[in-house]
Design a protein around this ligand. Structure first.
Ligand code: KG4
Ligand code: ZN
Length: 341
């Protein structure tokens, strides 16, 4: 079975062709980093416009690289939410037009389900497992009992972890996206140089909060303005990253204990962070738990994970194998609001 996946929820224009759920024939990702870098964050209007300019090339390239024609495709899976409305609409309308013209089934996919199942591109993880989605828009803990069986255990009450990486990078005069830039700087810094707050760590809650941490970095940076001695950007980056990672690792271990789960998938853009991967791996193995990490290229936004979620949804959720062409994008789509309205 060949699935064409299309993803345009944020600032990556992506298309992929996946065979039988795990044989990736192509995965094209056109990143808009260059466009948004100078603003230190995503400008939604520019994102939407860039998707329009790139989407046809990206889809055509993905089919060509897979040596497939649209006639060979069995299913078109496309992100329908959550995300930026102007961005989502470009991918969704492209998918709808292709489905209409080729008479192929169309399936709207929740972007988060793509992150939850991205690991299946590499290996099958036995259910149930705990998933930490840590990205630019989300920091959520899920219990995954099967395809389509997702229970949220905790989520951020304010900023997402990736968002805080991006905001701190902006304060420190770096570009966008901030995560990889902070990770690089942090390699030469002292993670104990500044003791930034770890919110909600002493409570039983599985929720997260990163806005206090961000404010604490801002206060430090502002205080240094006008002073002679310059603070080290490497030390601030390392100490900030340390605070985020400590919270993520501690809450993940807590969720495993509460839910009695021994398999943990760490996914989403921030899961590309080598320091988080190393710290999480060692913490899990100390407790005899098994960690699963999608390759970094499957952690950040991509269409292969959307094709993968489409494949499993089509196969395992027979009640709603495809959507009508009236399918609409939903910027705030949640699992509670239904995966396949
Ligand atoms: O999953 P993703 O590509 O898009 C969303 O669904 O949000 O995640 C993007 C986020 C950005 O905030 C980016 O700074 C962060 O992931 N990120 C990282 C790293 N690579 C990407 N954060 C920390 N370290 C990284 N290496
Ligand atoms: Zn994402």
């Amino acid at each position: 079975m060949l699935v064409l996946g299309i993803e345009t929820s944020c600032d990556e224009t992506a298309a992929a062709v996946l065979q039988d759920g795990n044989r990736l024939l192509s995965s094209i990702i056109h990143s808009q980093n260059e466009i948004h870098s100078r603003y230190g964050g995503i400008v939604p209007e520019l994102a939407g416009r860039s998707h329009i300019e790139r989407i046809h090339h990206v889809v055509a390239d993905s089919l060509e690289q897979a040596k497939a024609k649209i006639a060979d495709i069995d299913l078109i899976a496309v992100t329908m939410g959550p995300g930026l409305m102007g961005s989502l609409l470009v991918g969704l309308n492209t998918a709808k037009a292709m489905a209409y013209a080729s008479q192929k089934p169309l399936l709207g996919i929740n972007h988060l389900e793509g992150h939850l199942l991205a690991i299946f591109l590499q290996e099958k993880v036995e259910f149930p497992y705990l998933a930490l989605i840590v990205s630019g828009g989300h920091t959520d803990l899920y219990r995954v009992d099967g395809f389509g069986k997702y229970t949220v255990l905790g989520r951020t009450r304010d900023d997402a972890a990736g968002e805080s990486f991006d905001k701190v990078a902006k304060m420190l005069g770096m570009g966008y996206p901030g995560g990889p830039l902070i990770e690089k700087k942090a390699r030469r810094g002292n993670p104990q140089a500044h003791k930034f707050p770890r919110a909600l760590l002493d409570r039983n809650s599985l929720d997260f909060s990163f806005s206090g941490l961000k404010t604490s970095v801002r206060n430090l940076v502002q205080k240094q303005n006008g002073q002679q001695a310059q603070l080290s950007v490497a030390d601030i980056s390392a100490s900030f990253q340390e605070a985020v990672v400590e919270v993520l690792v501690t809450k993940t271990l807590r969720a495993c204990a509460v839910e009695s789960l021994s398999r943990i998938v760490v996914t989403g853009g921030v899961a590309a962070n080598g320091y988080l991967r190393a710290r999480m791996t060692s913490a899990l193995s100390q407790k005899g738990l098994s960690g699963y990490f999608p390759q970094p290229v499957f952690c950040t936004d991509n269409a292969a994970m959307i094709a993968c979620a489409g494949f499993y949804r089509y196969r395992h959720c027979p009640a709603s194998p495809s959507n009508p062409l009236t399918l609409d994008a939903n910027a705030n789509l949640s699992f509670e609001s239904g995966l396949n309205p």
